[in-house]
Design a binder for this molecule. Structure first.
Ligand code: FE2
Ligand code: FE2
Length: 270
C-alpha cells in the first residue's frame, strides 16, 4: 500500500496491484444504530453469496448520534459505548460470513467529522493523533481492518473510493456533480441515493464512470422527514489491468412486502 500526493488536490492511498479478477462489496451509510435491520440482513446474505475478496466500508457506518449537532430525542437513552458495541457485533457477524475478505474502512462525516468536531470542542490536545484515538474509540484496534484516513481517497485499480462529502454539495445527480469535481472514476456514498453518470473524454478517447451507492439506514430518521433516499450496495469486479465493472444493487420491496435484491441472477429476500 502506498501513500502518494496526487497530481490533484486530493491525497490518495493506493491499493496494491490487482493480480487476479477480484470482487469487492462496497457498503456505506448504515448509520448504526439507526440502520434498517432488514437491509443489513439482506446485505449479509449478499456478502455470503458473493464471498468478495474485498469489503470496503465507505463511511457513515456508525451514526455517532451522541455527537450530533441536531437536537437529540431525550427518550433515546443510550451511550456511545453501547451503540458502538452493538454496531461492532453486527459488523463482526458480517465479516465472519466472508472469512476471505480483506476489510477496509474509510470514515464518513458522521464518524470522523463528528468525532473531530467534538475533539475540537472538548479535548483539542488529542487532535495530533485523531486516527489512533478514533480506532480505539471504535473498539476495532484488534480487528483485521485497514483504516483509510478520512482525508484520503482510496484507489483500487482505476476506481477512486470516497465517502462523498469530500466534494461540493451535489445539486441534482450526485454522480454527475462529483464526477465534474473529480474528473475521474469514483464510487461513493453519503448522499443515500443510487446515482450513476458516465462521461467520455474525447481528447483521451476514454470513458469514465461515477457511482453513487445506496444506504442501509432507516429511511425515516428523526432529523429529516421522508427523504428521497434509496437502499442498496455495490459490487465491483477488477481486472489485473485495474479496469473495473460496477453493479449497483438496489434493494426493493416485493409484492409480499419483503425486502429483496437481485445479484448475479439470484433473488435474495428477507
Ligand atoms: Fe450517510
Ligand atoms: Fe455522510
Amino acid at each position: 500500500m502506498t501513500m502518494t500526493q496526487a497530481a490533484s488536490e486530493f491525497l490518495v492511498q493506493k491499493h496494491p496491484a490487482i493480480t487476479r479478477l477480484t470482487c469487492e462489496l462496497f457498503i456505506s451509510d448504515v448509520h448504526f444504530p439507526d440502520h434498517d435491520p432488514e437491509a443489513w440482513e439482506l446485505t449479509c446474505q449478499v456478502a455470503e453469496f458473493l464471498q468478495p475478496e474485498i469489503i470496503f466500508h465507505g463511511g457513515d457506518i456508525y451514526d455517532f448520534y451522541q455527537f450530533s449537532r441536531f437536537e437529540q430525542d431525550p427518550r433515546r437513552q443510550t451511550t456511545l459505548h453501547k451503540e458502538i458495541s452493538a454496531a461492532n457485533q453486527a459488523l463482526r457477524g458480517l465479516w465472519k460470513l466472508t472469512p476471505r475478505s480483506q476489510l477496509f474502512y474509510k470514515p464518513g462525516n458522521h464518524e470522523a467529522g463528528r468525532w473531530e468536531k467534538y475533539l475540537w470542542k472538548v479535548m483539542p490536545e488529542l487532535m495530533d493523533h485523531p486516527m489512533i484515538a478514533f480506532r480505539k474509540l471504535l473498539e476495532l484496534e484488534n480487528d483485521p481492518i485497514t483504516f483509510v484516513p478520512n482525508t484520503h481517497l482510496y484507489k483500487i485499480g482505476d476506481l477512486y473510493h470516497a465517502h462523498g462529502d469530500e466534494f461540493p454539495a451535489a445539486k441534482s445527480n450526485p454522480a454527475r456533480d462529483i464526477f465534474k469535481s473529480l474528473q475521474g472514476n469514483v464510487i461513493f456514498g453519503h448522499w443515500h441515493t443510487i446515482s450513476l453518470y458516465y462521461h467520455r473524454v474525447r481528447a483521451k478517447n476514454r470513458q469514465y464512470g461515477a457511482f453513487g451507492n445506496g444506504c442501509l439506514s432507516n429511511l425515516n430518521p428523526e432529523y429529516t422527514r421522508f427523504p428521497q433516499w434509496q437502499q442498496g450496495v455495490s459490487k465491483v469486479l477488477y481486472t489485473t489491468e485495474g479496469l473495473f465493472h460496477v453493479d449497483q444493487i438496489p434493494y426493493f420491496r416485493t409484492k409480499k412486502g419483503k425486502l429483496g435484491c437481485i445479484v448475479d441472477g439470484e433473488l435474495f429476500t428477507v
